[in-house]
Design a protein around this ligand. Structure first.
Ligand code: SF4
Length: 454
């Protein structure tokens, strides 16, 4: 069989034609990339015309880079919203009169518990109401994974492996790594389930519900294939759905299986947002989930098809209150943690999601932007077939080196500092000293109509 040229090139690359960059090249390229990024974020050059889109505007990307460099929110750029004309971009807070605001203080509590069942399993919580969503090894490089995981450890938070197995490097920070079991069962092993404090079952992804996942052959190199139990440079498809699950009872059996392998692990169930998402959520609760993770449309990297992102799942802003209210009606809202993702970009989005009824959020793209993502949508391969030209969503032996772990970890730490500061800023303007007081307070939100008319 004649292999497509792109695969031949990729295979040759792995066999040594493209080798790890020399120290000189590494120094020069990373230096130029990082300086270029900072020059834009600090306003030394105008924003490039092609940068950004309606959800992630050029200004939002640059302000995120600024926060990732400085740990502070910028004074002259929008770091809160995009220009999508809907959802979080059309919601704002109704703050109290200034004389009622609290002082900005580290005493304002941003921590949330993850296990609300009091069932004797790990009593876990996170110091900030968000953690890192699943991006698999293969979809991103080991440098990106490690930077995210180490930053999660710094913040007493978590990062999910996504569905691509558990690279051995991650054992170093295993207390902060969620392992994912998804429909392809790639890399799912007893050992990794036993290592995980939280096991996440991914039933669907909001950016592409009903479509499953697809890792193109060019990105499934030797290391990726080994972890996934496959052979190099063969496309890997993660089907939709789990073909063993058609009822709450089947779902419950799934969770029982994990419980048998790791009795202490918390169970997270990630679902997309169909019209009956409230029923799905309550079913997950009765099946034994500690965390219900709702993944709305608009998330996903540039590998998710635009037509799917914009047209299938329910926006997360609608799904959160629907599920929150239904769980309240069922009398189980305080026994489960509701986590939201799918287009959550900023501290303001997180606060709005909590006001709509979530306990916290999951971030994926925000982490990538913090590490230099330009939203160019070449994650799946791009013109070269080698993946992200900035070294983020690629396992190309050369490109992945453009993102150095220490640098990326520092960027994420700074970004999280700025985001926590902003979250506290919102809370104090609502006279709240604990983020849990914000949950479900839709009365504090106002809709800003188009053209800013309320
Ligand atoms: S290819 Fe890289 S820079 Fe472009 S959207 Fe994907 S992660 Fe971001």
């Amino acid at each position: 069989m004649q292999l497509p040229q792109i695969l031949v090139d990729a295979y040759d690359a792995y066999k040594g034609k493209i080798v790890k960059p020399s120290d000189n090249l590494l120094h020069k390229t990373t230096g130029l990339l990082q300086n270029g990024m900072n020059a834009r974020a600090f306003g030394e050059y105008p924003s490039p015309e092609a940068l950004g889109d309606a959800r992630w505007t050029d200004e939002l990307i640059l302000s995120t880079w600024y926060m990732a460099e400085t740990g502070k929110v910028p004074s002259d750029m929008n770091f809160k919203t995009g220009k999508s004309d809907g959802g979080f971009d059309r919601l704002d807070f109704q703050f109290l009169p200034e004389e009622e605001w609290l002082e900005h203080s580290e005493e304002i509590d941003t921590a949330i518990p993850l296990n609300r069942r009091a069932d004797g399993k790990h009593d876990l919580g996170i110091d900030i109401p968000w953690y890192g969503g699943g991006m698999s090894y293969g979809s991103v490089s080991i440098n990106v994974m490690m930077a995210r995981a180490k930053n999660a450890k710094r913040w007493n938070s978590y990062m999910s492996t996504g569905e691509g197995g558990y690279p051995t490097e991650l054992y170093e920070v295993k207390e902060n790594v969620i392992t994912q079991v998804a429909t392809g069962y790639f890399g799912v092993e007893e050992e990794t389930i036993q290592a995980a404090p939280i096991v996440e079952f991914k039933y669907a992804q909001g950016a592409k519900p009903g479509l499953g996942g697809h890792l193109l052959a060019a990105k499934a190199g030797e290391e990726v294939a080994k972890l996934r139990g496959s052979v190099p440079f063969v496309s890997l498809f993660s089907p939709f759905p789990f073909h063993s699950t058609y009822s709450v009872e089947d779902h419950s059996k799934h969770l029982d299986w994990i419980e048998t392998v790791n009795p202490q692990a918390l169970l997270s169930v990630k679902v997309s947002t169909p019209h009956d998402v409230d029923m799905v959520a309550v079913g997950s609760y009765y099946a034994g989930a500690h965390i219900i993770h709702l993944d709305g449309s608009y998330g996903g990297t540039g590998a998710a098809p635009e037509i799917a992102k914009k047209n299938i799942a329910m926006p997360i802003e609608l799904a959160i209150p629907k599920v929150h209210k239904f769980l309240q009606k069922e009398g189980v809202r305080d026994k489960v943690t509701l986590i939201a993702s799918g287009g959550v970009r900023t501290a303001d989005d997180i606060a709005k999601a909590i006001a709509l009824g979530a306990d916290g959020c999951v971030l994926g793209t925000t982490d990538l932007v913090g590490m230099g993502c330009t939203r160019c949508a070449n994650c799946e391969g791009g013109p070269s077939g080698r993946g992200c030209p900035w070294g983020l969503t690629t396992t190309d032996i050369e490109l992945q080196e453009w993102v150095q772990q220490d640098w990326a970890e520092m960027r994420l730490d700074n970004l999280y500092k700025a985001m926590q500061w902003r979250l506290r800023d919102i809370l104090r303007k609502l006279a709240m000293d604990d983020v849990s007081q914000l949950r479900g307070r839709t009365d504090l939100l106002r809709y800003i109509g188009k053209e800013g008319v309320e």
